[in-house]
Design a protein around this ligand. Structure first.
Ligand SMILES: Cc1cc2nc3c(=O)[nH]c(=O)nc-3n(C[C@H](O)[C@H](O)[C@H](O)COP(=O)(O)O)c2cc1C
Ligand code: SF4
Ligand code: SF4
Length: 277
């Protein structure tokens, strides 16, 4: 099949998804002698407009795994606003060294149902949004070697295709999709008010540069008073990890309990990235 443009399309609050998706798409575009284009849907305004593709496109589309699934507040944009139009696709998820559960199969299914033809896929490990030690430094050189393998395998597959395959690529996960992973306290009960946790700002460190307000993918930080989180917080940690002064942090008891539990359980082991061709 002749592909004219290979796209890197992603939501990536702390940059790990962006790194994998752009590297993968660039490599496939080179192998296929196709144009390369990037599209980030981090910004809330960008998600108000439709995005459409054609059979001459190959779309590498990536999101992080949140609670074992496609982030629930980002899913409506992918489901309702992105049109595959017969494009070939490579769904990609990044996960924070715990598990990608049903994140990849959910993304694959939504894309398939939207007129994409998913021919390859990958789940890669990235540093966990909540932590500096869980999945630290991931995706690393070994992960990126696997990204290259996926790029080579995808390009070879495209060169052999005469038409879009009838079946979507097989990936790991359960179908029907399982419920969202629920953070629990030491008694096994769902952590109280976890969804309501928001970052706070250290006034002694903040220099009021406004970067966090510009970066927040929910548009939830008041640009006139960045200590005020006026809208929903998905705990993506863009503001925490990208503040140049280290002024943003979470002090919510349940959030901190969950962060430390994840670190205790998963920081000492290496989860592997996986590709599907
Ligand atoms: C709200 C939330 C939920 C998450 N849930 C999971 C999870 O279920 N499993 C996992 O391994 N990582 C989980 N993560 C970690 C992210 O998937 C991981 O850090 C990813 O690399 C972040 O991508 P980004 O750098 O593109 O933002 C979660 C992160 C957030 C913010
Ligand atoms: S990015 Fe950091 S320093 Fe800049 S306004 Fe936000 S909290 Fe303050
Ligand atoms: S306020 Fe919440 S949603 Fe906005 S950047 Fe910070 S962690 Fe992400």
């Amino acid at each position: 099949m002749e592909i004219k443009t290979v796209w890197a399309v992603y939501f990536s609050a702390t940059g790990t998804t962006q790194k994998v998706v752009t590297t993968l798409a660039q490599s496939v575009s080179k192998s296929l002698n196709a144009d390369y284009r990037e599209f980030s849907f981090n910004a809330p305004d960008v998600r108000k407009a439709e995005l459409s593709f054609t059979p001459q496109d190959l779309v590498v589309l990536g999101v992080p795994v949140y609670a074992g699934r496609v982030p629930n507040l980002i899913l409506p944009y992918i489901r309702d606003m992105i049109r595959g139009g017969g494009a070939l696709a490579v769904p990609v998820v990044l996960y924070g060294n715990r598990n990608f559960d049903d994140g990849l199969i959910e993304l694959r299914n939504v894309m398939r149902d939207n007129g994409f033809s998913p021919i390859a896929a990958g789940a890669f490990v990235g540093e966990h949004s909540f932590s500096r030690i869980l999945g630290a430094g991931r995706p690393d050189a070994d992960d990126m070697a696997l990204v290259q393998q996926l790029a080579d395998g995808t390009a070879d597959k495209v060169k052999d295709l005469t038409e879009a395959p009838a079946q979507a690529v097989e990936v790991e996960g359960c179908d029907p999709i399982r419920p969202y992973y629920t953070p629990r306290d030491r008694h096994g009960e769902p952590i109280k008010d976890f969804l309501k946790a928001k970052p706070v700002t250290d006034p002694d460190k903040c220099v009021k540069c406004g970067l966090c307000a510009r970066l927040c993918p929910m548009g939830s930080i008041d640009p006139d008073d960045v200590s005020n989180v006026v809208g929903k917080c998905i705990k993506c940690c863009a503001c925490v990890k990208k503040c140049p002064k280290g002024a943003k942090y979470f002090d919510h008891e349940g959030y901190l309990y969950h962060q430390h539990e994840l670190e205790d359980q998963y920081a000492g082991r290496r989860a592997e990235s996986k590709i599907f061709l």
